[in-house]
Design a protein around this ligand. Structure first.
Ligand code: FES
Length: 164
């Protein structure tokens, strides 16, 4: 497990500028706009941040949510919840969701990932990095200081899921 690398100050500033654009435009720019009901994407705001932990509402249905301030993607998919680092594991580009193919894809070199973060193909060499997380009542608590890389800590990566 390791503390995640976050993008440069320039990239972070660019993300902050996104807050000034309409919701749909931001989601498109972030590559996370999902237009169909089967796996919708929404903005997420943490309910609370305590130290390195961010608390989110437990997603009520399948879908993806992005906390742009913390570069976290929370996904509920097939009775499980995951929290991903927004950035592609190859060169840390913001990942996009392609609703027609039901997968994440990197716009830079086109690595592809399942909704669970499992790597499909492309230049990346591992799945999407997963944050440690746990369920607490009706919330999901994400440990922002602990991100698992599939190729370095497979057991940790595989355990970074909340089964519902
Ligand atoms: S940056 Fe994502 S595949 Fe290269």
């Amino acid at each position: 497990m390791r503390k995640p690398n976050f993008p440069s100050a320039t990239a972070a500033a660019s993300c902050r500028e996104c807050a000034a654009v309409p919701r749909r435009a931001f989601l498109c720019d972030a590559g996370l706009f999902i237009a169909f009901a089967a796996l919708p994407v929404e903005f997420l705001s943490s309910l609370q941040v305590l130290g390195d932990e961010a608390v989110y509402p437990l997603p009520a249905r399948d879908g993806a949510g992005i906390d742009k301030d913390r570069a976290v993607i929370v996904v509920r998919y097939q009775n499980a919840v995951y929290a991903f680092v927004l950035w592609c594991p190859h060169q840390r580009t913001a990942l996009r969701w392609y609703d027609d193919m039901q997968r994440f894809e990197c716009p830079k070199h086109h690595s592809k990932y399942q909704p669970t973060g499992i790597f499909i193909e492309g230049r990346a060499t591992r799945g999407m990095d997963r944050y440690a997380l746990r369920k607490s009542g009706d919330t999901i608590v994400v440990d922002l200081a602990t991100a698992y890389q599939q190729d370095k800590d497979l057991a940790g990566w595989e355990a970074a899921v909340v089964k519902l």
